[in-house]
Design a protein around this ligand. Structure first.
Ligand SMILES: *[C@@H]1O[C@H](CO)[C@@H](O)[C@H](O)[C@H]1NC(C)=O
Ligand SMILES: *[C@@H]1O[C@H](CO)[C@@H](O)[C@H](O)[C@H]1NC(C)=O
Ligand SMILES: *[C@@H]1O[C@H](CO)[C@@H](O)[C@H](O)[C@H]1NC(C)=O
Ligand SMILES: *[C@@H]1O[C@H](CO)[C@@H](O)[C@H](O)[C@H]1NC(C)=O
Length: 399
């Protein structure tokens, strides 16, 4: 014991030095750490230990007494404005009731958030995964595709782009446009457009999907999944599915696109929400979100977060599906096509991916015991190794 004394002393010295060094490094890197680690730690603590978000109902309630959004007459507060439709298709989902026509049986109302100038992206979607008649003739499912738009933000280009939009709509009849500027900070307005339009013109749809115009949706897989949900005992109720962000902290760096100041959202953590790139809600949830948008303050301009706030206030929680992508592009491989639902970041390659992913030979790779073993191995290689691309979580490899 006595003999070891010097050694212990030496150890303590080393310990002390190391601690000092670490402290120095921490202090030097504090700002970086504050953004990336501390804010996440704070937000996870909040999400997993406090996790009540009780403030939402009262803090986001519209304070003024005239909170009837549908009544367009009282538009004093900007949050309460009901923007006029510039292009609309009230009959898209069947009879609006007036002439006794009944609603069509719609499995999925598909809302693609687009911008006025993205003509090519919309065309690629119509030609591939958004092709209603393909889905009807090949899959026997009734889908309605519409694009949600505002007006071009640049006043000089607006009239040119607008007349091109009117022509495009003459040809395809699938644009839904309201009179607000189509900007990043108006995305929440676009979200509200979708749920209000769905409530008014397509309330019978079993599901509503909201998607970016640069994603790829594997329609056959999605339709199969939605049908399975419908055939369960309880039917498809209380469903909000996608790539879930849990305990995400608000971004406080002023330079970031997603910056949210303290006075707009003072709490350390957002309620859970799904990535806006693509998610699906069941009809009952769509109705709940619609009602939430009537009574909650929509000044928070990150649409995914606003959706999370609406859902939390209505007691709806998002649910994870490993084959809904958040940011990344799915690896190109038949063993992935077999399961994928959405993949993000496609503009140029939508057509070739659609060809490859819906090829009937895709399933032959995973057939049988050896096939499924092979595909699991391939997916582990592509999803679980850190240096390879990262769209779906490693868990997706084992489904
Ligand atoms: C907010 O109010 C709704 C009912 O209006 C309730 O279902 C929900 O649980 C409340 N949320 C919170 C966080 O208290
Ligand atoms: C909504 O919230 C913003 C920012 O917190 C606030 O300035 C605005 O007055 C609120 N609007 C209503 C109608 O409560
Ligand atoms: C949509 O699908 C139908 C049926 O498969 C097909 O005949 C049509 O050519 C497709 N439309 C486009 C624009 O690709
Ligand atoms: C959103 O659209 C409205 C109506 O056109 C416009 O007044 C407002 O400036 C836009 N907001 C942003 C942040 O672009």
């Amino acid at each position: 014991m006595f003999m070891n004394f010097r050694r212990i002393h030496k150890c303590q010295c080393v310990q002390l030095l190391t601690t000092g060094l670490i402290l120095c490094v921490v202090m030097v890197c504090w700002e970086e750490l504050d953004h990336h680690v501390v804010s996440h730690m704070r937000s996870y603590t909040y999400r997993y230990l406090v996790n009540s978000y009780d403030f939402l109902n009262s803090s986001f309630a519209i304070t003024s007494n005239h909170h009837n959004r549908e009544d367009g007459s009282d538009g004093e507060d900007s949050e309460l404005v009901n923007y006029a439709y510039l292009i609309n298709h009230p009959g898209k989902c069947g009879g609006a009731g007036a002439d006794g026509k009944s609603w069509d049986d719609v499995l999925l109302l598909l809302f693609v958030k687009s911008s006025p100038e993205n003509f090519e992206r919309r065309q690629a979607i119509r030609d591939t995964w958004g092709n209603e008649s393909f889905v009807w003739s090949k899959l026997g499912a009734s889908v309605r595709l519409v694009f949600a738009l505002g007006v071009h933000p640049d006043a000089e280009q607006r009239s040119r782009v607008q007349s091109a939009l009117l022509q495009e709509d003459q040809a395809y009849g699938d644009l839904i446009q309201q009179n607000f500027l189509d900007t990043f900070h108006n995305l929440t307005t676009k979200l509200i457009l979708q749920f209000h339009w769905g409530h008014e013109y397509c309330p019978q749809a079993h599901f509503l999907m909201s998607a970016d115009d640069d994603i790829f949706v594997h329609m056959p897989n999605l339709v199969k999944y939605l049908r399975e949900l419908l055939s369960t005992k309880t039917g498809a109720r209380n469903l909000w599915v996608g790539h879930v962000h849990r305990g995400a902290p608000p971004v406080r760096r002023k330079k970031s696109k997603y910056h949210v100041p303290d006075d707009l959202y003072p709490w350390p953590s957002y309620p859970d929400y799904t990535a806006g790139a693509g998610y699906v809600v069941s009809g009952d949830v769509a109705a709940k979100i619609y009602h939430a948008t009537l009574v909650l303050n929509s000044s928070i301009y990150i649409d995914d977060v606003f959706m999370g706030i609406c859902a939390k206030a209505m007691g709806v929680s998002p649910q994870e599906h490993v084959y809904f992508s958040g940011e990344g592009k799915a690896p190109y491989h038949p063993c992935i096509y077999d399961h994928m639902i959405t993949s993000h970041g496609h503009a140029k390659d939508v057509r070739s991916l659609w060809q490859a992913a819906t090829d009937p030979t895709v399933h032959s790779h995973s057939r049988g015991f050896m096939g499924s073993l092979y595909c699991t191995a391939v997916r582990v290689m592509m999803l679980c190794l850190p240096y390879y691309q990262n769209t779906y979580s490693c868990m997706a490899a084992f489904t």
